[in-house]
Design a protein around this ligand. Structure first.
Ligand code: MN
Length: 131
């Protein structure tokens, strides 16, 4: 049984493969977008299915933060939590991400152990809150 559905937005193929493999291995359903256009279309078509969005900031066609702003300004998608996954660890970028409505910020390169711990804890909390 799937633990939940996660949309990964990431343009770097090896980062995408790593994140996808970890999450698959731990029982999550995955949707993959390698650019902003794909991400916005997948979000539009899977509003009720996606439990979490992992968002890279630097994408070939869009800034990930602009996608977050779109998600959070649409009342049909604003419930979807977003974690930024980015190499930009500047305090200013982190602050901007939280101001845009992001739930968490993970810096790259990701540490596999703490990454999956964070995701699992997040989903355990969602389940806990639903009971
Ligand atoms: Mn990128």
């Amino acid at each position: 049984m799937s633990k939940g559905c996660i949309l990964i937005t990431e343009d770097n193929p090896s980062n995408m493969k790593l994140i996808r493999d970890i999450l698959n291995y731990h029982g999550y359903d995955i949707l993959c977008a390698e650019n902003g256009k794909m991400a916005t279309e997948l979000i539009k078509n899977n509003k009720t299915r996606i439990d979490l969005i992992l968002m890279d900031l630097q994408l070939p066609d869009m800034n990930g933060l602009d996608i977050v702003k779109l998600v959070k300004s649409d009342k049909t998608t604003l419930h979807i939590p977003v974690f930024i996954v980015s190499a930009y660890a500047m305090e200013n970028d982190i602050q901007k991400a939280f101001e845009a409505g992001c739930t968490s910020y993970i810096t790259k390169p990701i540490n596999i152990e703490s990454f999956i711990k964070k995701i699992n804890e997040f989903f355990e909390n969602i389940k806990g809150n639903k009971c």
